[in-house]
Ligand binder design. Sequence first.
Ligand SMILES: Nc1ncnc2c1ncn2[C@@H]1O[C@H](COP(=O)(O)OP(=O)(O)OP(=O)(O)O)[C@@H](O)[C@H]1O
Ligand SMILES: [Mg+2]
Length: 472
Amino acid sequence: MKTNSQIKAAIAKLEKNLSNTSTNELLLQPQPRQRDFLESDADICLFGGSAGSGKSLSLLLDFARAELLKLPHYGGVIFRRTYPEIRNEGGLWDESGLWYPLLGGVPNESRLSWSFPSGATIRFSHLQHEKDVYRWQGSQLSRVGFDEVTHFGRKMIFYLMSRMRSPHGIKPKMRLTCNPDAESWLAGFIDWWIDPVGYPYANRSGVIRWFIVLKGDVVWGQTKEELTELYPSCQPKSFTFISAKLTDNPALLQKDPGYLANLEAQDPVERARLLDGNWKARKSESKLFDDDSILRCSDGAWMPPQKGRYLVACDPNFGGADFFEVQVWKLEPQKVCLVHEWRSQKQSVVSSIAQMINIINLYNPLLTAVESNSGGKIVLERLHQELPGRRFEGVLTTATSKVVNTDRLAISLLNQELSFPPDWIGIPEMHNFAKHSRQAASGYDDAVMCASVMCAFIDRVSSRSPIGSTSY
Ligand SMILES: Nc1ncnc2c1ncn2[C@@H]1O[C@H](COP(=O)(O)OP(=O)(O)OP(=O)(O)O)[C@@H](O)[C@H]1O
Ligand SMILES: [Mg+2]
């Protein structure tokens, strides 16, 4: 802690600087990644990555922006899961003690809060138990932070999101930091920003997407308008993920050159998470699909169009590293057989849809099921336009529907209701598909996801309920 005279000098400096500084650069130079975090305009911004990459300090700087500290009604709260984690040596309370006095902050040790000359406050609090969130029921919080957000349950974060209101014209924001944790709910939430191997896509860091929560499920859109058009009564929120590596914090490496060696000495999984910033590294992971059943169902063959009943499934992905996947399944009396697959990576939307139209015209399916989150909506619209009179169904992927449809795929496999060629790419994907996170433990899972889109209709297509006899 600073002495009184140091604090007085710092306050004088602050008052001089507050009038002409809109950031905290008077304190220290944020590093480029920290600057990305501080400049993000998203409603919710997650700064996640390697240990020691400067995330927690960025959170403290973000909450103490000069333009906020000038506002008498500004009140920010930063949470850790437990009280000792706030008070630990070198933790948030200690670190805030290094910087906040320079901004005129006066500490209240018992409340773990700082008051600033304007009346603005920043406090630290813990939310150990799920019920603790209700202590904040009547609150209107203008800025909420979660340090090590993976330690909190999804419910807690979403509840606090609903408390973010500000009657004083301060746009409410939520700021999150954490190390990667493949076991946490957040790993699924930020899936779009993470490549199939577990590393953040460099060109997606800081890209804003929009989401709503619908009956507990998250529905994503590329734009706000896309969601408000579909769900007019919902209020979409913008979210982004900014990734950080230890090398983004040269200040720490200079101060403590041994820090890198400490991380290198960790076991491979900890090292992958804490040093390399990997979001898919797990200690152990149970698999969703039964290995023996996969083998037993690998008895099919690729087949050209014949007389018969077909179902086409599509999991459309554009641009990124994921595949645009189309599968044709043939409906036999006791089985549903994969007979054709087409997949492409990084092909244009127009040519992917054109290819799909070819396949539909060739196989003449009873039904075409399309995963209809964001990009899929465009595919559906285009198919309706190009092939009027044909039957199309959209399948919205949410956390719940993903569980239901992949479970259905796993059950069909166990019951040997499926058949696919032994060289199908979906076979290694199934062997590698994680039960808990419902995604590939590493590598791709597009073929599995596409097959699970087909499974959204499997009860209609199975022998017990033939597709021809159901109305939809
Ligand atoms: N811009 C900066 N200038 C100088 N020092 C910095 C800067 N950013 C961070 N540091 C210092 O680097 C160290 C690590 O930063 P911080 O605790 O914010 O990292 P972290 O990413 O939260 O780490 P962890 O993942 O372990 O929680 C701290 O001592 C912090 O004061
Ligand atoms: Mg930290």
